[in-house]
Design a protein around this ligand. Structure first.
Ligand code: R5P
Length: 350
């Protein structure tokens, strides 16, 4: 018996930040709704690289979903999203949802020194001013950013997708493992994830950074006794230069960890500003056995080719089903909470 597809009359478009994921979201949505799977990229560049945006379809009164993240080049991708929102509004779109699989700038969520901006707030204010009704994202760096946008800002969770894939690929028994947050700020995330899958051994790496340039100075594992002889899972929302994860992995190995695994949602993967060493090199050299990332930021085979060791440890898990599910619920006036609330069922079903 074939299940009846839900009627979906919304329209999906994307910018250039992650066309592959946008199209995967469209394909997923088409599996269980009447959506035709079409997600046109409506943004290009003028000669000077300013955004050249035009909708390919009539959007008057439509429920419009604009899929665009602010991964590198973050400024360009952000302006592209703003231009898309402006074009949709001027074309009389009914509702506009900015689907931002990776919401960058979220680490700038407070004033760290005198006379510095809260850039996450500036980004939210700009998106709100353009008439966007809702931002849909996953694994926002910190929950407080949700309060900087005064409309709905559902924040999904992709970690269960990563854990499920790791359990299947590696045959993990989470209750025998130690979960480790690579910094103090991620302890709640790590603890909640542990509770979800029955892991009670939770610890974190205490790191100190230089006040002037933010450079990582020292790190120690708070409960090394929980680490010895165990498989350890480092859990983080994002990896940037790779310094935090690489250093934490080294400390775990020193403390006698058996295997060091990584579950991290957003692969920002930059080169360190000072050393210029790319994150893929840093993580390739680190004592990490396997890394699982979501596809919120695209990694091309071309960019991976110079880093074969990193490539061999890398596993990418698609976040498309998560976003397709949330888009369908939003369009059909359903509940998104069942999607962003992590459940053990998500992880333990085959
Ligand atoms: C910090 O709070 C974040 O969750 C990441 O741990 C951090 O931003 C990673 O940075 P990097 O990879 O440059 O050490």
């Amino acid at each position: 018996m074939t299940e009846e597809r839900k009627t979906f009359n919304g329209k999906l478009f994307c910018g250039q930040s992650n066309v592959r994921l946008a199209q995967a979201i469209g394909a997923e949505l088409a599996k269980f709704t009447t959506f035709d799977g079409k997600v046109d990229c409506v943004a290009g560049d003028f000669h000077d690289e300013e955004p050249d945006v035009q909708f390919t379809d009539n959007v008057r009164d439509a429920d419009v979903f604009l899929i665009q993240s602010t991964n590198r080049p973050g400024g360009k991708n952000l302006v592209e999203l703003l231009a898309m929102a402006n074009a949709a509004k001027l074309a009389d779109a009914g509702k506009i949802t900015a689907v931002m699989p990776y919401f960058g700038y979220a680490r700038q969520d407070r004033k760290v020194r005198a006379r510095t901006p809260i850039t996450a707030q500036a980004v939210c204010m700009a998106i709100e001013a353009l008439g966007v009704d809702r931002i849909l994202t996953t694994d926002l760096h910190s929950g407080q950013v949700e309060g900087m946008f005064r409309r709905a800002f559902p924040n999904l969770e992709a970690l269960p997708l990563l854990l499920r894939k790791m359990r299947i690929d590696l045959g993990l028994n989470f209750s025998e493992m130690t979960f480790v947050s690579p910094d103090k700020g991620g302890v709640v995330r790590c603890d909640e994830t542990g509770k979800l899958v029955g892991c009670t051994r939770i610890t974190f790496a205490h790191k100190s950074r230089s006040k002037t340039d933010g450079e990582l100075k020292t790190m120690r594992i708070v409960d090394p006794d929980l680490v010895e002889g165990r498989d350890c899972l480092l859990i983080d929302d994002l990896v940037d230069t790779g310094g935090t994860l690489a250093k934490a992995a080294g400390k775990l190995k020193e403390a006698g960890a058996r295997r060091v695994l990584v579950a991290c949602v957003h692969p920002v993967l930059s080169a360190d500003r000072k050393t210029r060493i790319p994150a893929m090199q840093v993580l390739g050299d680190a004592p990490i056995d396997a890394m699982y990332f979501a596809d919120t930021i695209p990694l091309s085979e071309e960019s991976l080719a110079p880093f074969p060791v990193f490539r061999a440890k890398l596993h990418t898990v698609s976040s498309a089903p998560l976003f397709a599910g949330a888009i369908a619920e939003i369009h059909l006036h359903g509940s998104v909470s069942g999607i962003f609330r992590r459940t053990a069922k998500d992880i333990f079903q085959d």
